[in-house]
Design a protein around this ligand. Sequence first.
Ligand SMILES: *Cc1c(COP(=O)(O)O)cnc(C)c1O
Length: 359
Amino acid sequence: MSVNVTKAYLPPLEEYVGYLEGIWERGWLTNNGPLVQRLEAELSSYLGNSLVQFTSNGTIALQIAIKALELSGEIITTPFSYVATTTAILWENCEPLFVDIEDRTFCIDAAKIEAAITPRTTGILATHVYGYPCDVLAIEDIARRHNLKVIYDGAHAFGVQVHGRSLLSYGDLTTCSFHATKLFHTVEGGAIIMQDKALARKVWLYKSFGHIGDEYFSLGVNGKNSEFHAAMGLCNLPRVESFIVARRQLAELYRQELAGLPLQFPQPHEPSLAYNYAYFPVLFENEEAMHRVKDALGAEEVNTRRYFFPSLNKLPYHTGAACPVSEDASVRVLSLPFYQDLNPDDVRRICTLIKKALS
Ligand SMILES: *Cc1c(COP(=O)(O)O)cnc(C)c1O
C-alpha cells in the first residue's frame, strides 16, 4: 500500500460542519470575521500572548514581514530552507546574502553571520529548520550590535518551546505557515507573530490593502484569510499536543529501527528544547546512497521528499556565494513519511527497505 510523505489531519466532519452552520447564519465569509478573530485570540494565548495576525499563507506572511520592518538592500539568510524564504526576499526587491548552516542543526550558522554583514545589510531572515531552533540568543546579540532586524521563518516551528517560551516569540517577528502539509494547518494559511503593538497594526494594514473604510494609510496587499480556513484552525488547534505525542512515538520507533545504520539525524544544541517532531529527515553518507534508498522506497510506493533540495544559493534564477555545508546536506537528505496517524507497521516496513537498500 502506498505511503505519503505527509498527510493532512482532517477533524471529524460534524465538528467542521458546526462552524459552517455559524458561517451560513452570519453570512460573513471573510474580512476579519468572528472565526478569524477567535483563531487569532486562541493562537495568541497558545503562543504565550504574542500578537498574531492570521494570513492567507506563509509566503505572503514573509513578504509582509519584510515590508513592515522596512528592510532594503541585503538580507542575511539561510540557503537551507524552503524556496519561499529566498523568493520572498527577491520579491521584495532585496538581495539575499547566504550564510552557510551548522552541520548539527541545519540552521544558519550564527558564528558566520557577522563576517557577512556589509553597510547595505538591514536584516536577518533565518529558518528554524525542521522545528529545530536557530541560535536565537546569539542572533539577537548580533542584531542588537549591528542594528539589524530579525525575522524568523517559523513554518516548521509551531508548538516548539525553547528557554521556557514559544520559539515563535523570538525575533522582531516570526512568520508561520499553516499549509495542509504542516503540523498545525488551516488548509492554506499562515501567521505573523510579534510582540510590538504598533508593528502588529502596521502588519494588519498591510494585509488589508492599507485602508480602513474610506481612509487610506499605507501600501497594502491582500494577505487576509477566510472564516472557512479559521474554522479548520479552530478544529485542529486543541489537537496539536496530541499530534506531537503521537509523532514523538513514531520518531522513537524510526530511531530504534534505523539504529546502527550509516545515517545522521539533526541534533539540537538546546537540551531543554520541547520539540514538535514536525519532520523526520535523515542524512545518508552520500548522494548515491540517498538515491538508492529513495528509489527502493519509491518502487514500493513509499514517497519521500528531498527536503530541502536544492541549496537555495544554487537556484537557476539567483546564484549566491558558495555554502559547502548546505550544498552537501541538500544532496544527502531525505524526509521520510511522517504524520501522526502513520501506521507503526509502515515505519517498520520502511526501515526494513532502507536497511536492504543500504546493505
Ligand atoms: C511551507 C513553508 C513556507 C511557505 O508557506 P506557504 O504557507 O506554503 O506559503 C515557507 N517557509 C518554509 C520553511 C516552509 O516550510
